[in-house]
Design a protein around this ligand. Structure first.
Ligand code: FMN
Length: 234
């Protein structure tokens, strides 16, 4: 009887010690979980690394953010590049650049176009001669600094005889647009966008082209941003 009592006391003591040991063992795990969601320290990274190794997807936003601080995508860099002989396209380009927070680049002819040059009623005018010669490449003054930095380039021009002016081909052939997203926009008196960007497209191997758009000379900021926002680039 006395022996039975001793055994009972011993068993009770063992159970109490085991319970105490279990409770103590759970504490660090609990701490580790809370660090994962609230800190970007090594515990969080370790948890994500464990997830990656086991093929799991990190299950919460804090975990994902902790695991890839240097993999966060930087902002998309956009350039609006345009040629404008009488400033209509320039107005659209400026509104686009402002609305998108993009850089703006004016394609400036080495030899500026005079009123006589732009006389489309004269078959001998400079613009008529250039547009009658698909191989014409009017020279550009200056260049885009560091074109590599841009993910998206929006390209603007006036419609000349249903097409983009030849100086736009000079521009397109001056840079490597592969891997970039491109979209053209234009202004005109009445012509639609049509296939005015076809020469531009064929000069940009490996680019991803989005649908272009024609604006009237007096297009508002709302008009241009409606198109820009529909491109899905910002
Ligand atoms: C040489 C030349 C050809 C043109 N051809 C067309 C045309 O085919 N269709 C049209 O609707 N407008 C035509 N226009 C009008 C321009 O596209 C329009 O005025 C445009 O908004 C001018 O843009 P900018 O001020 O940026 O140069 C032509 C203008 C010029 C100077």
């Amino acid at each position: 009887m006395k022996m039975k009592k001793i055994v009972t006391i011993l068993l009770a003591a063992i159970m109490i010690l085991s319970l105490a040991a279990c409770a103590g063992g759970n504490e660090p795990a609990g701490d580790s979980d809370s660090n994962t969601t609230s800190q970007s320290g090594s515990e969080g990274s370790k948890t994500s690394e464990e997830s990656r190794q086991s093929g799991e997807t990190p299950s919460n936003a804090a975990d994902s953010a902790d695991s890839s601080p240097d993999q966060e995508p930087e902002g998309i860099k956009i350039l609006v590049a345009y040629f404008s002989a009488t400033n209509n396209t320039e107005g659209v380009a400026q509104k686009l650049a402002e609305g998108l927070g993009a850089d703006l680049y004016k394609i400036t002819p080495e030899q500026p176009y005079t009123d006589e040059d732009l006389d489309y009623g004269d078959s001998d005018s400079r613009s008529s001669v250039e547009m009658n010669d698909p191989s014409a490449r009017p020279a550009i003054s200056g260049s885009v600094e560091n074109m590599e930095q841009y993910d998206v380039v929006l390209i603007g021009y006036p419609i000349w005889w249903g097409e983009a002016p030849r100086i736009m081909s000079t521009f397109m052939e001056s840079y490597d647009f592969s891997g970039k997203t491109l979209a053209a926009f234009c202004t005109s008196a009445s012509s639609g966008f049509g296939s005015s960007d076809s020469a531009l497209r064929s000069a940009a191997d490996g680019a991803n082209w989005l649908d272009g758009h024609r604006f009237s000379a007096g297009a508002s900021a709302d008009d241009v941003m409606e198109w820009a926002n529909g491109l899905g680039i910002n």
